[in-house]
Ligand binder design. Sequence first.
Ligand SMILES: [Ca+2]
Length: 120
Amino acid sequence: MKRTLVAGVIAAACVTATTVGLGATPASAVPNDCPKKYVCVWGDSNYEGRFLFVPGTKRSNVGDHINDQTTSLRNRTGSQICFYDNSNYGGSLLSRVGPGESRPNIGPTANDRITSWRAC
Ligand SMILES: [Ca+2]
């Protein structure tokens, strides 16, 4: 199956590719798979489902793979990270996550909305 749908609801079952980000990542991931100095986001609660691991403290657009689908995350950087509704750190500030903190469920306000993040 090819991912031809734009952001929004994409059947998770269709997407098994793990090419977003960095190479050798497994088809599913646990929180401890998130490397140091990375921000990691998952599509489902408790660090399950689709995911994206990003080195450093910013991502201007998460991409169609996981846009508006994040439900859990880890911040393994040394910075507080702010997560935004739109690309390029626009729209609502959805969540602030301190250095080293994790969110097994980011809650109803931010759920399925994250599109970008950066240190703040
Ligand atoms: Ca969004």
